[in-house]
Design a protein around this ligand. Structure first.
Ligand SMILES: *Cc1c(COP(=O)(O)O)cnc(C)c1O
Length: 354
């Protein structure tokens, strides 16, 4: 593998873009004209292919469907007012993808396939990046085991793909959150730090029960004591107590190391706040709330950037927040979006130009 020359490219004869507008498009429903597909077999990655977007033909015995050896990533590309396209921190997603791969006993995807494949695919489908503020092209790299045999073991065959989906604008309504004590998302020694498909399948029942009770999402707690906060749904979570921002640390292996989480930490420090990555108990949160010291609570993730939490319910105790009066979370979002849409200088080198 030495780069561009090694990609096999077959262009679509017709662009689906002729048939619809990219404005106000719903998340995850529409896909661009092309996709990247790369097969791994007998210890080797084969020639990467960029093909017209199309269904896959799979044998019903394909291992991923039975045992869940499947991982993914979520990244976004943006256009600035002048029409220049860039991707937000894709190398961080590339690194995280291979950390997930290792945990799930899957082969690492080489940088020249992941990054060059991503760049080429977006270049070919660059018309699919919506040229509007608050819009983006969502990039979904994923890999699954494709052995055609029913037997529990790592596969000999894998498929790595990237598909692209235009999206936006995403308005994150302030959320009512239920502190979850019955179900857990991740446990020490498990694979909560990996972006593995099964983490999502296993979380849906808790979300559904929270919805039935009138809440938007759950706040996951640690698996042993149900005492330490973990993540909010599929987002990392931040608590502003006094002048300190606290987010759960990564050492337990139960937290997904979000790129938005890291970007938020950097921006909060730029803004002069103390940031602590450590265990944070629900008791400490309630005590801070009681004395009026719990200022803001929010989730972070690629989909919404920042999602404010307006209510937290733990057992019979309800904590409410006047989201309209917040200054910190909105400023983090303003700065991060400013960089993504080219309105602010990219002082941290987060943009990867297409
Ligand atoms: C993807 C994900 C996040 C957010 O990660 P980003 O890189 O910021 O998008 C947080 N928690 C979970 C469980 C996730 O799967």
């Amino acid at each position: 593998m030495t780069g561009v020359a090694d990609f096999n490219i077959i262009k679509a004869g017709h662009s689906k873009l002729n048939d619809f507008s990219l404005e106000n498009i719903q998340f995850g429903k529409y896909f661009s004209d092309h996709m990247l597909e790369v097969d791994y077999e007998n210890g080797q990655w084969k020639t990467p292919q960029i093909l017209p977007y199309q269904p896959l033909q799979l044998d019903p015995s394909v291992a991923a469907l039975h045992y869940g050896q499947a991982i993914f990533e979520g990244i976004k590309a943006y256009k600035d007012a002048a029409g220049n396209a860039s991707v937000f921190r894709p190398y961080d997603n590339f690194r995280r993808f291979n950390i997930s791969a290792e945990r799930m006993q899957m082969p690492a995807v080489p940088e020249e396939i992941f990054m060059e494949g991503l760049r080429l695919l977006i270049e070919i489908d660059s018309n699919w990046i919506p040229p509007f503020h608050n819009h983006a092209l969502y990039i979904r790299p994923f890999m699954f085991s494709s052995d055609e045999a029913i037997g529990v073991r790592p596969s000999d065959k894998y498929k790595f793909m990237i598909i692209l989906s235009p999206t936006g604008p995403y308005y994150a309504h302030p959320m009512r959150i239920y502190v979850e004590e019955k179900y857990v998302r991740a446990v020490e020694g498990g694979y909560g730090f990996a972006k593995a498909a099964g983490n999502y399948g296993g979380s849906l029942l808790a979300s559904a029960e929270a919805h039935k009770k009138g809440y938007d999402q759950v706040l996951w707690m640690d698996a042993f004591e149900h005492k330490y906060v973990q993540e909010c749904g599929t987002m990392n979570v931040f608590f502003i107590i006094g002048n300190t921002a606290i987010t759960p640390g990564l050492e337990t292996g139960t937290i997904l190391e979000g790129v938005t989480r890291d970007s938020t930490i950097v921006l909060l420090k730029d803004m002069g706040y103390q940031v602590e990555e450590r265990a944070l108990s629900i008791d400490e949160i309630m005590a801070a709330y009681e004395v009026g010291n719990l200022k803001e609570v929010f989730g972070t993730g690629t989909a919404a950037t920042i999602s404010s939490i307006k209510e937290l319910k733990y057992k019979d105790y309800v904590m409410k927040f006047d989201v309209e009066k917040w200054t910190i979370a909105p400023e983090v979002k303003r700065r991060m979006d400013g960089i993504k849409y080219g309105l602010e200088p990219d002082v941290h080198g987060w943009l990867y130009k297409i």
